[in-house]
Design a protein around this ligand. Structure first.
Ligand SMILES: [Zn+2]
Length: 424
């Protein structure tokens, strides 16, 4: 494996849930000299400083450059992926076997979660001597969802629709067992957000090692690339922001989601800590730029007819810029032209994504975030196959392009000097 795929691999393997992903981002920020800030306190920040603030499994990191041009360059990605969420009182006994009662978190391709090693992971809240504390954690054992044998479910190869309440309960123990007591022995667990997630490791495949497969590529590839872009950017103007949000897979309209006020409040707090007033804050937003970074569907080799006929998004075709007339993506002609210019100036390959006109569009956190903020933006991302499967894949060259694209975005002074394209 190449060095950058090794590092991505390590990040994916450790990032079992949104909570783990956020913790791993935080560890890299601390290693790179970023200072943690608390939303409950006044912020002391200055030019050349590097900071981050958290809200649950969401985190916003930023670096402060010269402020003669006060603008924000923001890239945002989501830390969550579809998974099976464990309910309270999850143990369900059938004869001498105990399974776990789960509900859907996001729109998983659920049949792919069967017959895989699954980890129980997420956040527990414990009570230690009257003090409540949230901890990111995982159980020390695996569980699995066994398929019915073909001999018992003869129609499985023709049509198999997963009923999450009856088909998808992971098998957990024989005879007896309380999940929380066996998984987190010695902890006084009061409440939890735990998920059954695919525990398989990432791997490289293809005749020339050109492909990469892993659980949770949507959207941890974007999280990783945005973070590396922020860390490696050579910029001296404005404020560079990398925002990592929970809850995109359930629509973003939550306290920790991009539809909440976390980003807006954080950008405002940055402006005021730097002694800018309301008017200057609004002016900064008007010449800022936002990239919503999320994976895109590549053309499937077995089903090319499912892709748009004139904008074929290809594995190996570069960073994807997404557009949608119905507004599912925030890209418009002004912002498309801006992104193309930044990528072309940096030699970053790019391509386009449109849905087929007879197909329903997916969406990203871009719309939720920008409706609140009032900043120009575009939707970009990595081309991939098997989105929302327990294991997804992409072409390694595209990931390099995404890393380069995000570094170019943060390094560009285009926005600080020009805003988006001049309107005549
Ligand atoms: Zn996504």
């Amino acid at each position: 494996m190449m060095e950058f795929t090794k590092q991505l691999s390590a990040f994916l393997e450790k990032s079992l849930t949104a909570y783990h992903a956020k913790d791993n981002v935080k560890a890299q920020l601390l290693e790179n000299g970023f200072t943690p800030l608390l939303p409950t306190q006044d912020w002391e920040i200055c030019e050349s400083g590097k900071y981050f603030v958290e809200r649950g499994a969401s985190l916003i990191a930023f670096t402060v450059g010269q402020l003669d041009h006060f603008t924000y360059k923001i890239a945002a990605a989501h830390v969550d992926s579809p998974a099976l969420k464990i309910k309270t009182n999850p143990e369900k006994k059938t004869e001498n076997m105990i399974s776990l009662n789960v509900e859907r978190y996001g729109g998983g391709l659920w049949y792919t979660f069967f017959d895989r090693p699954l980890k129980i992971a997420g956040q527990i809240v414990t009570n230690t001597d009257g003090k409540l504390q949230a901890k990111t954690t995982q159980a020390p054992f695996l569980v699995t969802i066994p398929s019915q044998a073909l001999h018992i479910n003869r129609e499985a190869n023709d049509h198999f629709a997963v009923n999450l309440q009856t088909d998808a309960l992971p098998l957990y123990a024989l005879n007896d067992g309380n999940l929380i007591e066996t998984a987190f022995a010695g902890e006084n667990v009061v409440a939890y957000d735990l998920f059954a997630v695919n525990a398989e490791k990432p791997y490289v495949f293809g005749a020339n090692g050109e492909f990469f497969a892993s659980p949770r590529l949507d959207n941890l590839t974007s999280v990783y690339a945005s973070l590396q872009g922020l860390l490696s950017a050579k910029t001296d103007k404005g404020v560079c922001v990398a925002a990592f949000f929970h809850n995109e897979e359930i629509g973003s309209q939550t306290l920790q989601g991009a539809g909440g006020d976390f980003l807006e409040k954080t950008l405002r707090k940055i402006a005021f800590a730097l002694r800018f007033d309301d008017n200057e804050y609004d002016k900064a937003l008007a010449s800022s730029f936002f990239l919503s970074v999320d994976n895109a569907h590549a053309l499937h080799p077995n089903h090319p007819e499912k892709s748009d006929p004139t904008n074929k998004t290809k594995l190996g075709g570069g960073v994807v810029i997404k557009s949608h007339a119905g507004g599912a993506y925030v890209t418009d002609s002004l912002t498309l032209a801006t992104v193309k210019t930044v990528f072309e100036n940096a030699g970053v390959p790019y391509q386009y994504f449109f849905n087929r006109s007879d197909a329903k569009s997916g969406s990203t956190l871009g719309v939720s975030a920008l409706t609140r903020l009032g900043v120009y933006g575009a939707d970009i991302g990595l081309a991939q196959l098997a989105m929302h499967s327990a294991c997804e894949c992409f072409a390694i060259d595209d990931f390099q392009a995404l890393l380069d694209g995000l570094t170019a975005f943060y390094s560009s002074d285009y926005f600080a000097e020009n805003g988006v394209v001049t309107i005549e």
